[in-house]
Design a protein around this ligand. Structure first.
Ligand SMILES: [Zn+2]
Length: 150
């Protein structure tokens, strides 16, 4: 399966759903986008271009690109978003189109929500609004430039 209508990841890739900030970066097999969920400005998603629902189902080519791309994306976020750590998570379940979430986490954020790790993300999903689309667009523009040099 290359493209599955009704899969939000495929819908964002195909343009059936609007992607805030637009495509930030792509490799042969992967795409980098801004996260649409309430995990803050600067949280990026790394997902395969084709519909894949298990890491075990990645091709050799997809797997070969994954490590370097996660490192590169984390490096871009580190340069653009103040944080004490960039979380790299894969919680895709359902199963749904796998997507790694790379989230800059600051001491201020952890202090404000009184949580870290998965509990921080649960707190954000239950209390935070979705990211401001204007701020997302600005971050995406800056990230596109960073990927040129990263
Ligand atoms: Zn999909």
């Amino acid at each position: 399966m290359e493209d599955v209508a009704g899969c939000i990841a495929c819908d964002l890739t195909s343009g059936r759903a609007q992607l805030p900030g637009g495509l930030i970066h792509r490799t042969t097999h992967w795409r980098v986008e801004h996260c649409v969920g309430p995990l803050g400005v600067g949280t990026l998603v790394v997902k395969p271009s084709r519909h894949v629902v298990h890491v075990a189902a990645l091709t050799d080519g997809e797997a070969d690109e994954l490590g370097p791309l996660l490192r590169r994306t984390s490096s871009v976020i580190t340069r653009l978003a103040p944080s004490s750590q960039v979380y790299v998570c894969l919680w895709s379940h359902g199963p749904v189109h796998i997507h790694f979430v790379l989230q800059p986490v600051s001491e201020d954020l952890m202090s404000r929500l009184g949580a870290h790790g998965p509990a921080l993300q649960v707190a954000m999903f239950s209390s935070e609004p979705g990211p401001d689309p204007v701020a997302v667009a600005h971050f995406a523009d800056a990230a596109r430039l960073e990927f040129v040099d990263a």
